[in-house]
Design a protein around this ligand. Structure first.
Ligand code: FAD
Ligand code: NAI
Length: 482
């Protein structure tokens, strides 16, 4: 038996390995398809060549958020005296942090394995590659192979970090998220190349834990895609915490010191910075490298994504693709949704394609950012006449109690002839716990609710969600505290 009680290559002959659905890749896209399909009664085989849970559970969402939570606890202890709780200066025991992070991963991966087993999903430990007629070859690490067929096949092989020329990943001076999440000692200083979701989360985490961090971002703002009103709040908070963000700069290369303990990064107009660590967070690339695909109608686009339609169907009949391997938002919850959508399509339910414009985004840097739908700019570009309203957390009772009042809720709505708001087009939040508050905004945008619909609902008091209620209400032309 293999790691998860799965069948090993030699245990199954080519003739008896036939499933309703064969899924290649055991990350969120693949395991969601497997669990959902098996729950409906399909016989599912799932192939994973590394660790179940994929990027998300092992080197993505879960460990990154755990380390950010450590940073949160550190900040809380630093500021405890403001609450009359006198604690000594916090000291970080990074080895305990790493153990806690790994413990959470292990529990989640173990839970997933048990769930798959209880739903009778057959898990194959090996690399899956697809040939014609939905024939999948599973190659074990020991070189043994078996072939299995699926009435339907789902490709869910995810993505991998990418880097840029001049910054080879060596795991010492230059790392990606994969290495940083298990680094045995935090550096004194770091450059984070790329100020997107990964860059800002890591910069925030390291900055709070005492690392001197500089973000080097090529575009004019960090967190491109977020409403600039939200980004400004993050930038201000980073600045207060001495996390430097340099935007609109290109990086040249880097020159390690003679002792190999630090390196000098060249960027912008001849500027240099000495750091102990370079973190590359310039995006990820789809990972179809070991999928085979010869003789099939599955196509890759010029960036390496598997080409799929709105129902995740590829060019090969009976073959779907979900998650980071296709060109939709590279998020675990999108992968989950696509995995389930593919199963529903396999069952002939003709599911409605996902509308990615309304996808919820949550970024867990401090302060957190969360949004769904149009920014003010994108709504105008799409031809909407818009009206917006913004409310700051500085007036919110719960935010004051928690001691975190940096933040804004902004709602973008279609403008009615009388100047009030009609349909809600976008909800953008930055501030305390907004990743837990976005739910109402997500529903409002995707339900195509109007300002009047939502203003009629009661928000519990005292909560931070009162800011959402207040912002919506002011778009009706009336207000309570505003
Ligand atoms: P993956 O999770 O990459 O899983 C693919 C799996 O397929 C892997 O286990 C791989 O080993 C396996 N595989 C690959 N090729 C083969 C093959 N040929 N045969 C067998 N197995 C194969 N998203 C969020 O929504 N929220 C977050 O907070 C968040 N934080 C993130 C933080 C970091 C640092 C990173 C890197 C990513 C984060 N993401 C987050 C993105 C999220 O992790 C991905 O969108 C998600 O994991 C994609 O799921 P997937 O199933 O498509 O691919
Ligand atoms: P990203 O696409 O979010 O950001 C990459 C950034 O690097 C961009 O701002 C880009 O302009 C910049 N960049 C690219 N080349 C550069 C160069 N040569 N010099 C300087 N800057 C450069 O990619 P990231 O942060 O690597 O994350 C990958 C994906 O993982 C995200 O897009 C997201 O889908 C997912 N993710 C989601 C999270 C969440 O939901 N909380 C957290 C982390 C990742």
């Amino acid at each position: 038996m293999g790691r998860y009680g799965e069948r090993q290559a030699e245990e199954v002959s080519a003739t008896d390995a036939q499933h309703d659905v064969v899924v290649i890749g055991g990350g969120p896209g693949g395991y969601a398809a497997a669990l959902y399909g098996a729950g409906i009664g399909l016989d599912v085989g799932l192939i994973e060549n590394n660790i179940l849970g994929g990027t998300c559970l092992n080197v993505g969402c879960i460990p990154a958020k755990e380390l950010l939570e450590t940073a949160h606890v550190f900040r809380t202890v630093q500021h405890a005296a403001k609450f009359g709780v006198n604690a000594s200066e916090p000291e970080l025991d990074w080895s305990v942090t790493l153990q806690r992070k790994q413990g959470i991963i292990d529990q989640l991966v173990g839970g997933l394995a048990s769930l798959l087993k209880s739903k009778k999903v057959t898990v194959y430990d090996g690399t899956g590659s697809l040939g014609p007629n939905r024939l999948v070859t599973v190659s074990g690490a020991d070189g043994r192979q078996l072939t299995i067929t699926g009435n339907s096949v789902i490709l869910a092989t995810g993505s991998q970090p990418r880097t840029i020329p001049g910054f080879e990943i060596d795991g010492q001076l230059v790392v990606t998220s994969d290495e940083l999440l298990s680094i045995t000692q935090l550096p004194a200083s770091a450059v984070v190349i790329g100020g997107g979701a990964i860059g800002c989360e890591f910069a925030s985490m390291m900055g709070d834990l005492g690392v001197n961090v500089t973000i080097l971002e090529a575009l004019p703002q960090i967190l491109t895609g977020c409403d600039p009103d939200a980004t400004r709040v993050v930038e201000r908070s980073f600045k207060k915490r001495k996390i430097i963000s340099r935007t609109g700069v290109m990086v040249g290369g880097h020159t390690p010191s003679a002792d190999g303990r630090s390196t000098t990064v060249a960027f912008g107009d001849g500027e240099l910075i000495d750091v102990e660590l370079i973190v590359m967070s310039v995006g990820r690339r789809p990972y179809a490298d070991r999928l085979g695909l010869e003789g099939t109608g599955v196509q890759l686009d010029d960036r390496g994504f598997v080409v799929a339609d709105g129902r995740c169907r590829t060019g090969e009949p009976g073959v779907w693709a979900v998650g980071d391997i296709i060109n939709t938002p590279a998020l675990a919850h999108v992968a989950f949704a696509e995995g389930m959508l593919a199963i529903r399509d396999i069952l002939g339910e003709e599911p409605t394609p996902l509308v990615h414009h309304g996808t919820p985004w949550c970024i867990y840097c401090h302060p957190e950012v969360a949004f769904a739908g149009h920014t003010e700019e994108s709504a105008k570009e799409a031809g909407f006449d818009v009206v917006t309203s913004k409310h700051s957390f500085s007036g919110n009772g719960r935010a004051k109690i928690v001691g975190e009042t940096d933040g804004v809720v902004k709602v973008i709505a279609e403008k009615r002839p009388d100047g009030t708001g009609g349909r809600i087009l976008g909800v953008h939040m930055v501030g305390p716990w907004v990743t837990e508050q976005l739910g109402q905004g997500y529903l409002a945008v995707n339900w195509e609710a109007t300002v009047d619909d939502v203003a009629a609902f009661i928000q519990p008091h005292p909560t931070m969600s009162e800011m959402f209620g207040e912002t919506i209400m002011s778009l009706t032309g009336r207000s309570l505290h505003g």
